[in-house]
Write a protein that binds this ligand. Structure first.
Ligand SMILES: *Cc1c(COP(=O)(O)O)cnc(C)c1O
Length: 429
C-alpha cells in the first residue's frame, strides 16, 4: 500500500512563526506515562513551570495561571476576567492579530475601541492616550496590546503604552500579548508596568501547541474581582488554589507541562541574554536576505521602520501576480522549507519566515537558500545575493557576538540591555 504522504528525506525546515520546531530534549521529556494527581512529581512539575515562567517574564509579583488551551483560549480568559458584557476594551490596532482579538472580544458582548492602523507601522500610541482621555466615564476596563503582531512582523513598544495610560490618568489594566516574543525579545513584565502578560507554548517556548498561560498582577486580580460577569473555567479567582489540579480546573495537561519544564530548562541553561542575542542575529540575517531580494523589484518588507522589524518573524510583501500559495507549495514540497502565508488583509499579498525558538544559523541559511530557490523556480526576480547577504550577516555576527543593536532603542529599555559590545563597524566607519 502506498502512503499518500511519502517519507520526507532528511528534515523539513519549519519556519512558520508558530508552531515552531521542538527540541529533542522537549520531545523526550514529553514521552512519559501519565501520573496520578497525588503523585508528588505532578506538583513539582507545575511549580517548576510557574516559577520558570515568572522568571522568564521578569515578574516577582504576578500569579501565573496555565490553561489547556492555545493563544485564543488565553485571549478569552483575559476578556472574561477583565470586562463584563457591555463594558469596553481598547485594542490598539497592530494588524491581523489585534483585529482578531478585538473581534473575539466583541463576539463575547464587550465593546471595543480601536485605534487607527497604519499598514506597516507600529501601533498609534498617541491615539491610545487620546482614546483613554476621551473615556471620561472609565468604561474602558483594559488595553489589549500586542507586543509583536505576528501577521505584521512589527514589534511595538509596550512601555510607551504604559506611559500613554499613565499620561491619560486612566485606570485601565494593561494586558500585553507576548505570545510571539516571549523567549525571543527582551520583555520585563513588572518593569514595563504590564498588569497581565499572555503567552502560549508553541512559539518561542518550543513546545507543542496546547498550553496557554497568563501572568496576572494584584491590580489585575482586583479588577477581575470587581468584574461581576459570570465565568467558571477561565476564572482567575477559582484557579488561585493550593491544590495543583484545581489550578487547571481539572486534570493538568501533564505531558505538555513536562515539555514546558524541559524547554524552560533549555532557555535558562543557554542564558536568556544569549537567547535574545541569538534571535536578534538570526532576524538580522533573514532581513539582510530580504534586502537583497527586494533589489529584484518584486518583494519588500511589510514593516517600514527597520527598528520595528520583529526578531521572531519577517513579513515579506509580494508584487501583484505572484502566487504566494504556489511559492509556499514549491518551498515546502521541493525544498523542504515550510513558510507561513499572509493573514487577514495580507492574505495573498505576503508570506512570512519564522525565525524563533529552536533555531540556529545553519537552519536560517538553509531556509533562506530554500526560499530563494523557490522564488527562482517560480521566476520571481530576486536580484542576486540575498542568501549571500544572510551569510555575510551571520559571519559578521560571529565576529561580533554581542550586536550593539540589542540593548539600544526604545524597545529594549528597562535595565535589560543584554550586551554593551562596541559596534566594530560603527567605529570603523
Ligand atoms: C500565535 C499568536 C496568537 C494566537 O495563538 P493560537 O495559539 O494560534 O491561538 C495570539 N497572539 C499572537 C501575537 C500570536 O502570535
Amino acid at each position: 500500500m502506498t502512503h499518500p504522504h511519502p517519507r520526507i528525506p532528511g528534515r523539513r525546515f519549519l519556519h512558520s512563526p508558530g508552531p515552531t520546531p521542538i527540541p529533542e530534549a522537549v520531545l523526550h521529556a514529553m514521552s512519559a506515562q501519565p501520573m496520578d494527581l497525588g503523585d508528588p512529581r505532578v506538583d513539582a512539575n507545575i511549580v517548576a513551570c510557574e516559577q520558570g515562567l515568572k522568571r522568564l517574564l521578569h515578574t516577582s509579583a504576578a500569579d501565573v495561571f496555565m490553561y489547556a488551551a492555545n493563544g485564543h483560549g488565553v485571549w478569552e480568559a483575559v476578556i472574561e476576567n477583565l470586562a463584563a458584557p457591555g463594558e469596553a476594551v481598547l485594542v490598539p490596532a497592530t494588524g491581523h492579530f489585534s483585529e482578531s482579538w478585538a473581534v473575539q472580544t466583541e463576539a463575547l458582548g464587550r465593546r471595543v475601541v480601536r485605534t487607527p492602523w497604519r499598514e506597516g507601522w507600529p501601533m498609534d500610541v498617541a491615539a491610545v492616550e487620546q482614546g483613554l482621555r476621551d473615556d471620561k466615564a472609565h468604561a474602558i476596563k483594559a488595553v489589549f496590546a500586542i507586543h509583536t503582531d505576528t501577521a505584521s512582523g512589527v514589534t511595538n513598544d509596550l512601555r510607551a503604552v504604559r506611559c500613554a495610560i499613565d499620561a491619560a490618568g486612566h485606570p485601565a489594566i494593561l494586558v500585553a500579548d507576548v505570545v510571539s516574543t516571549l523567549a525571543a525579545v527582551p520583555f520585563a513584565m513588572d518593569d514595563t508596568g504590564v498588569d497581565v502578560a499572555v503567552g502560549a507554548s508553541q512559539k518561542g517556548l518550543m513546545c507543542p501547541t496546547g498550553l496557554g498561560f497568563v501572568a496576572v498582577n494584584a491590580a489585575a486580580l482586583a479588577a477581575a474581582q470587581r468584574n461581576p460577569s459570570p465565568r467558571f473555567y477561565w476564572d482567575w479567582a477559582r484557579r488561585k488554589h493550593e491544590q495543583s489540579y484545581r489550578k487547571f480546573c481539572g486534570t493538568p495537561p501533564q505531558n505538555l507541562l513536562l515539555g514546558l519544564e524541559a524547554a524552560l530548562g533549555l532557555i535558562f541553561s543557554e542564558g536568556l541574554d544569549a537567547v535574545w542575542r541569538r534571535h536578534a542575529q538570526l532576524a538580522r540575517a533573514v532581513q539582510a536576505a530580504v534586502e537583497g531580494w527586494r533589489e529584484g523589484g518584486a518583494l519588500g518588507f511589510f514593516a517600514q521602520d527597520p527598528a520595528t522589524r520583529s526578531h521572531s518573524v519577517t513579513t515579506i510583501t509580494v508584487a501583484q501576480g505572484i502566487d504566494v500559495e504556489a511559492l509556499r507549495a514549491v518551498a515546502r514540497d521541493r525544498f523542504q522549507v515550510a513558510l507561513a502565508g499572509g493573514l487577514g488583509p495580507l492574505t495573498g499579498r505576503a508570506f512570512r519566515i519564522g525565525h524563533l525558538g529552536d533555531c540556529n544559523p545553519a537552519m536560517i541559511l538553509g531556509a533562506i537558500a530554500g526560499v530563494e530557490a523557490a522564488l527562482v523556480t517560480l521566476g520571481v526576480p530576486v536580484g542576486d545575493g540575498g542568501t549571500r547577504r544572510a551569510l555575510m550577516s551571520l559571519a559578521d555576527a560571529a565576529i561580533q557576538p554581542s550586536p550593539a543593536q540589542v540593548g539600544t532603542g526604545a524597545l529594549f529599555q528597562g535595565g535589560l540591555e543584554p550586551g554593551r559590545a562596541v559596534d566594530v563597524r560603527a567605529v570603523e566607519e
